[in-house]
Design a protein around this ligand. Structure first.
Ligand SMILES: [Zn+2]
Length: 347
């Protein structure tokens, strides 16, 4: 077992570069451990931001009910059930300590693969996979669908359908088409039903809405469904000249600025933000070597989270990512995850 004196003697033999690396690594260990200590408190404050609430029945008649294994328990006077600060959260029922979850959150922020995350944190691959999806499901709930207003830049982007993770051991799933090899071009060029359409909009205040909308090109009716209740009155839509947006804005009586493809700059009304948003999204999602379509929506909300908290340092992001993902009541189990529809289309 090394002691401080011998360890310090070893440090002196290191190059300046390695000393600095070690210094940064130790700093991170200290920060993570202080974050781990305060995490429960932060999650509690978020969950009870409007007063105590029961995760089982939403009653506000909640009182403390002692501690169990050092963790605060609560009891609901309405449904008589007890709960902790983490009931119905990704970390609920986990036997791993919270600092492992923090390390894991950092791996997600860094964009590590499941395999690399598992190795870094010291959990097995199945656990790393399940943790990722529990966190993502919760982040999606935390972010919510949202809304946009004012000058809105809207456009859609396409992802090839991927049935990754559906067929290997499933007795019920059969491929609706022959499998592609990764890297194959989708057979039909352009926009076909082999692609899933993701509708996106950003406003000038930085609000984002985006989700899967349909297969192939969307119709104005689908756009109406997508935006229903999520746009401010008197909004001005900036889009390319696609006819679905023309009909959609006409039907809703919205102001519509059509920006010709290739003509990015037209004063105040342009689609530069949405174009750059899409290219960042595509670049980021490439890290994951083809996201299964059934999980794509979760990844979109993950990306949305990253855009919102882009300014923070990585370590702060990791902590907030974990706090936010544990702030809502959400029940995710492996069975539900496996039972997800391979082609989840919103409208
Ligand atoms: Zn209750």
């Amino acid at each position: 077992m090394p002691n401080v004196t011998t360890s310090l003697a070893d440090v002196k033999t290191l190059s300046d570069y390695d000393k600095e690396r070690l210094f940064n690594a130790i700093g991170e260990i200290i920060t993570l451990s202080s974050y781990a200590k305060n995490l429960t408190q932060e999650v509690r404050e978020n969950r009870f931001s409007k007063g105590k609430i029961c995760p089982h029945c939403s009653s506000e008649l909640v009182v403390r009910n002692g501690k169990y294994k050092g963790k605060q328990r609560y009891i609901c006077k309405t449904c008589k059930k007890t709960f902790s600060d983490f009931t119905y959260s990704p970390v609920a029922h986990s036997k791993k300590p919270i600092d492992k979850w923090l390390k894991y959150a950092k791996c997600m922020i860094m964009g590590y693969s499941i395999r690399k995350s598992a190795k870094t944190v010291g959990v097995n691959i199945a656990t790393a996979f399940f943790w990722r999806h529990k966190i993502l499901q919760a982040v999606k709930k935390y972010m919510g669908f949202g809304s946009v207003e004012g000058v809105i830049e809207a456009d859609e982007t396409f992802f090839r359908i991927s049935f990754k993770g559906n067929h290997k051991k499933s007795k019920t799933f059969s491929m609706p088409r022959k499998a592609h090899k990764r890297g194959d071009k989708a057979k039909k060029r352009g926009i076909s039903k082999e692609k899933v359409c993701v509708a996106c909009a950003v406003d000038r205040a930085g609000n984002i809405i985006m989700d899967l909308i349909c297969l192939g090109r969307m119709t104005h009716k689908q756009l109406e469904g997508f935006y229903d209740g999520h746009i401010g009155g008197n909004s001005i839509f900036c889009t390319d000249s696609h006819k679905s947006y023309i009909k959609f804005t006409q039907n809703l009586g919205l102001d519509h600025k059509r920006v010709k493809t290739g003509h990015y700059k037209e004063g105040l009304y342009h689609i530069q933000h949405i174009n750059s948003f899409h290219s960042k999204l595509k670049k980021w999602i490439k890290n994951f070597n083809g996201v299964s379509t059934k999980h794509l929506s979760n990844y979109l909300y993950w990306f949305k989270w990253l855009q919102f908290f882009n300014e923070d340092k990585e370590i702060v992001k990791s902590k907030n990512f974990l706090v936010h993902s544990n702030s809502n009541f959400i029940k995710v189990n492996i069975k539900d995850l496996k039972a997800k529809s391979p082609l989840p289309i919103l409208i």
